[in-house]
Design a protein around this ligand. Sequence first.
Ligand code: PHB
Length: 386
Amino acid sequence: MKSLFAKMAMATALGLGMMSVQLPAHADTKVGLILPYTGTYAALGNAITDGFNMAIEEAGRTDEFSIVTEDTEAKPPVGLAKARKLVLQDKVDVMVGVVSSGVLGAMRDFVHQSQTPLIVANAGNNLATGENCSPYIVRVSFSNGQINRPMGTWMAENGIKTVYTLAPDYSAGHQMIESFSAAFTAAGGEIAGSEFTPFGQTKDFGPYLTNAQSSGADAIFVFYAGGGAINFVKQYGSFDIKTPLFGSGFLTSPLYVAAEGEAAIGVRASLHYIPTLDTPENKAFVDAFMAKHGTMPSEYSVQGYDAGLALMAAVDAGGTDKENIAAALPNVSYVGPRGALEIDPATNNIVQNIYVYDTVMGDDGLTQKLIDTIPSVRDDVAGCQM
Ligand code: PHB
């Protein structure tokens, strides 16, 4: 990743002379940050924004990128309207964001037809890098299958025979549970029961938790994130459910685990990043993040950060116009806070490690204890034709 200064130095070294240097124009990459800033996923949108800004600031390149932000409210029709506004009215060169799989599904055709690159910084919708893949959609976060498949296998291999599943009733909830269940049953496990709860509306998880417990399953496996995760884990604790709780790691994200309190202790989950990874890249990132924000980073901050790094690398490799950014993004690879990562050009989905972790009480409050690493998880091509 070259700074503008480095490019100018290189141009001079190449004997081009400062007056004749053809540098990419200044501040000429217009970025649309399209994220939820209100509703159940608002904290996630803010964390992704902080991570993205941190990457650009750390590189000293704020003058090269102008940023327009839009609130999707995590609602598919609102997200599509905001994407149209960013592309048609603001004329952005690239969009970064989308938290909800539902919003990504709603935007997909417009992104593809308008040929505007979208760096997905959260939404795990499998179809966006599967049968509805596009050369304009590159994902630096995760796919719903990538997070949950390894955990299905892992739990079956670690002695859990029956599981009851719960998730919100929208595309991400269904995909996360489907991929978990397929891997768990393929490894010999059995699904004892499954329910989907109204998305963003369920305040009382009591009846669902009661059904899960009375199913007699060895474990409960869930996907909840943001406000839904906080409510779910707190109620799991207050109803004193004895069946052990497992989940997609968003359930006990460092972004909001403190709000869940002691009920989160002992929850076991899988995720593509935890801030306690013992690597030099992660330590440097955590220190810089702590110095700037006074809190530990979460997977959402890292997704924003990596979206920023990927965008800068793409601009450096290809230039600032839409076609070049889209063409360069799949070639991005580096070792970052979460470990080695690359984009699979067959799907445009990220290839990365998945970590199994427990939430435990540490000296400074709740923290993440690494239990296992499933290296370099890659999705099947699953119908993608670029
Ligand atoms: C999604 O809708 O794809 C989604 C939302 C929140 C998460 C993870 C996935 O934490």
